[in-house]
Design a binder for this molecule. Structure first.
Ligand code: ZN
Length: 134
């Protein structure tokens, strides 16, 4: 496993993108809405890792709930794996709870799944793999 990206919850991409562009001295390379998660995302490349900014598009979004509870800030850490479904099966067998029982479509051409923070020391972890380009 290696760290693929770090997800940061923000209130407003319009003001957060220029802020992070200033900090990282690099331009946001992609803005993408993930309807199933009710989020709009913006990506930055920082060396081998990425930063994903997440803004809620609806009050039922987990990002909206997160910000209401904790404010803006680090939301999750995503790890790149060869096969998300194999890893979920392995982790479930070893007693780790997974929010998703099967990989689903995520942003940035990825298949993703989130592990349940109650079995990962309260750190929200995402597993992701590159979607095969057909
Ligand atoms: Zn993510």
């Amino acid at each position: 496993m290696k760290i693929e990206h770090i997800g940061i919850a923000v209130l407003n991409l319009e003001s957060s993108i220029p802020l992070y562009e200033k900090i990282f001295q690099t331009n946001c390379y992609k803005i993408e809405e993930v309807e199933s998660e009710k989020v709009k995302t913006a990506f930055f490349k920082i060396g081998d890792c990425k930063i994903e900014l997440l803004q809620a598009t609806d009050e039922s979004s987990t990002i909206h709930k997160f910000i209401e509870k904790k404010g803006e800030g680090i939301h999750h850490i995503a790890f790149n794996v060869d096969n998300v479904n194999n890893q979920i099966n392995r982790l479930i067998k070893s007693g780790i709870e997974s929010i998703h029982q099967q990989a689903k479509e995520g942003a940035d051409n990825k298949l993703i799944a989130f592990l349940h923070p109650k079995s990962t020391g309260s750190v929200l972890m995402e597993l992701c793999q590159d979607k095969e380009i057909e």
